[in-house]
Ligand binder design. Structure first.
Ligand code: PMP
Length: 394
């Protein structure tokens, strides 16, 4: 049996990480992998997470199974963090999942179970795992134009034109904030136009929100998700705590499914529980419990929000430093988009050949689609990157 297996293609980012580790150059810079790193290159455990973990160690009396949807207090805390009061709670079914990826996967399975004819529309480009999971599940999918490689902003006209081709019942996958990989985002007026199109054509939004607090602030980054959910009959949401709580390896996510009417919620909730049961029974609990402990304790929550804000501001500072250094070296404003983009990533919009040149000649590692992780930089490496970008003719 096992000898019939075919080798899977290597994961590009993991392959890049391995090359980086083996590169002997002391000046090498890793802008590949999607984790936050501070100025010392460390992905820290946040203070509030440590405190909540200490409290759990002291106070937790059992590790017995929790329900199939995880701890309801976790769902409540996350729903309030993301949606505030945009949607009446009795319309929302929710289940804890192994990370945001688990939530994305459950959402796709739910779509396939309930409407096998639905096509899922994803932005071009999107987080590659969206497309690979859709293909793995044999779900029809296609792209809508999103990134304008000239302006490095959103090709909004192209996006609308493509989505106008979608059929009623199709699902449109949208990034709630901090678009990965491009860093380019819609403004709220554009979101409203998208909502009008969704409602006009009977399309169902699925929002992937994995970076709340990394862009313009905790509330600001949730604004689009709140606007969508308060304006459409049905919506699916996949949320991740990996980045904003720094609990990557704890696998902490939430899948929410919002029904048009509250009397549908119990059946929807039953389906979420069923999906968890079929795939892994009970979702991981530790990360979810840490998140709940933080969100429901005033002091821990304030400390978490303040550390998250420092993280956000440090990335914004690096963006501004990089954009101004590039302006100085290139004598042009063409890199101004780096300061406009939000979140951990920006797509430079250059060719794989030039990305390879940056790696070979300068020891600068980024994914071949020219996505760079802003958090991989620090005040010392920004001028090195800026110089390499200008010298290599990007
Ligand atoms: N969605 C997007 C857009 C992401 O960038 C990520 C993380 N790379 C995720 C979902 C899932 O993250 P995780 O499974 O680590 O929580």
């Amino acid at each position: 049996m096992l000898s019939n297996l075919k080798a899977q293609p290597a994961d590009k980012i993991l392959a890049l990480m391995a090359m980086y580790r083996e590169d002997p150059r002391p000046t090498k810079i890793d802008l590949g992998v999607g984790v936050y790193k501070n100025a010392q290159g460390v992905t820290p455990v946040m203070r509030a997470v440590k405190a909540a973990e200490r409290r759990l160690v002291e106070e937790q009396t059992s590790k017995a199974y929790v329900g199939l949807a995880g701890d309801p207090a976790y769902s409540d805390a996350m729903i309030s963090l993301i949606l505030s009061d945009a949607v009446s709670r009795d319309r929302i079914a929710a289940a804890a999942t192994p990370g945001g990826t688990g939530a994305v996967r459950q959402a796709f399975e739910l779509i396939r179970n309930t409407n096998p004819n639905a096509k899922v529309w994803v932005s071009n480009p999107t987080w590659p795992n969206h497309v690979s999971i859709l293909n793995y599940l044999n779900i029809q999918n296609t792209t809508y134009r999103y990134f304008d490689s000239e302006t490095r902003g959103v090709d909004f006209d192209g996006m609308l034109e493509d989505l106008s081709e979608a059929s009623a019942g199709d699902v449109v996958l949208l990034h709630g904030c901090c678009h990965n990989p491009t860093g380019a985002n819609l403004n709220l007026t554009q979101w409203q136009t998208v909502i009008d199109l969704l409602n006009e054509k009977g399309l169902i939004p699925m929002i992937d929100i994995a970076y709340q607090g990394f862009g313009d602030g905790l509330e600001e980054d949730a604004a689009a998700t709140r606007l969508v959910t308060s304006s459409v009959p049905e919506c699916l949401i996949a949320a991740s705590c990996s980045k904003n709580f720094g609990v990557y390896r704890e696998r902490t996510g939430l899948f929410m499914a919002i029904s048009e009417k509250a009397d549908n919620t119990a059946v929807t909730q039953g389906n979420l529980n069923h999906l968890n049961r079929q795939n892994f029974s009970f979702p991981p609990d530790h990360g979810a419990r840490v998140v709940t402990t933080i969100l429901t304790d005033d002091a821990l929550r304030a400390d978490w929000a303040s550390e998250l804000e420092d993280t956000r501001l440090s990335m914004l500072g690096l963006r501004e430093q990089l954009a101004s250094e590039l302006q100085r070296l290139s004598g042009s404003d063409r890199f101004g988009f780096l300061a406009q983009h939000r979140g951990m990533f920006s797509q430079l919009g250059t060719t794989p050949d030039l990305v390879e040149k940056l790696r070979a000649d300068y020891g600068i590692y980024m994914v071949s689609d020219s996505r760079l992780n802003i958090a991989g930089l620090n005040a010392t490496t920004v001028p090195i990157l800026a110089n390499a970008i200008v010298e290599s003719g990007i």
